[in-house]
Write a protein that binds this ligand. Sequence first.
Ligand SMILES: *Cc1c(COP(=O)(O)O)cnc(C)c1O
Length: 379
Amino acid sequence: MNWDTRLIHEGQTPDPLTGSVNPPVYLTSTYAQSAPGRAKGFVYSRTGNPTRAVLERVLGKLEGGAGGLAFASGLAAASALFMAYPSGARIVAGDDLYAGTRRLLDVAETHGVRVDLIDTSDLANVRRALADGPAVDLLYLETPTNPLLKVTDLKGAIAIARKSKARVAVDNTFASPVLQRPLELGADIVLHSTTKYLGGHSDLIGGALVCRDRRQLERFRWYQNTQGGILGPLESFLVLRGIHTLGLRVRAHCQNARKVAAFLARHPKVVRTLYPGLPDHPGYRVARRQMDDFGGMVSAEIRGGLPAARRVLRRLKLFTLAESLGGVESLVNHPALMTHRSVPAPVREAQGITGGLLRFSVGVEAADDLVADLEHALG
Ligand SMILES: *Cc1c(COP(=O)(O)O)cnc(C)c1O
């Protein structure tokens, strides 16, 4: 079945009770039991809620896993994931991560987990990290990365992890399952911030884990219930509603981002444009192989550093200056001063998160209007 059909039908049938084509929003904390321990499938909404259950089923199917789990945020999903690793465990992760994930790994370190951050876009680093030192329990990958749009060869990295029996989790937020399916490439776990493309309308905070095998899914279901960071029924409904148009939206995001990236790459006031769909991007070939398109995120370094970047931000009208990404409206973010402020400045600078760097979440407005807005702001 085609994606546009799957997004609307897979795992979703009219409500058996009323025929409602959308799942009812079950705003309830608890469920009546006919006798102690005898319930109709749900006992308490932290443990399970029928609206959330529909979303979890759909997420599992879209990523090709045994099932999904919906959390209160992307970071709540990540914290349930990292919670599974006890003191003494070792996690290797990419060094260009969503800054909140990096903070969470700092917390894991204070609990005795060893964390090594490496540039996973170069497989030699992955090979070295897994060969040296104590056994690695989890390889945590984000691709494309935030905000530098680095691409990791998932198949290659997963093959290396397999040899040393490390599990692999992939943050698939930037690509969405429409463009990239890590479980098909051999990963064990997929993480999403459903706040972004899956929700798609900047109107909710949510996260998800999808597991390849059922035993692992049940283990994380236990952590979800124990940690308690579950997605509420209304947000579950909104993510499901967003998923219906995910294919349409992602196509429009990709088309627009391609035009925005091509415009920025030619502009004299732009030092470098980071978009995996540009043939001179170091991850272009890998992205072409493992993604169905290149996504809606574009970063660019403005000539003249911070003052020049600030001027562009003041002059932009359609790109709203805000954190987050993946919604229908275009947003621009200054990573060094906003999303990645918590990364120590020397680390940031060394990685290329400079004062001149801007990250664009290209929305689904008309591409010509977006390019005209950028042309005016850079002019
Ligand atoms: C936003 C984001 C997260 C965190 O998700 P929240 O929903 O904000 O908690 C994790 N990874 C990536 C790539 C993100 O963009």
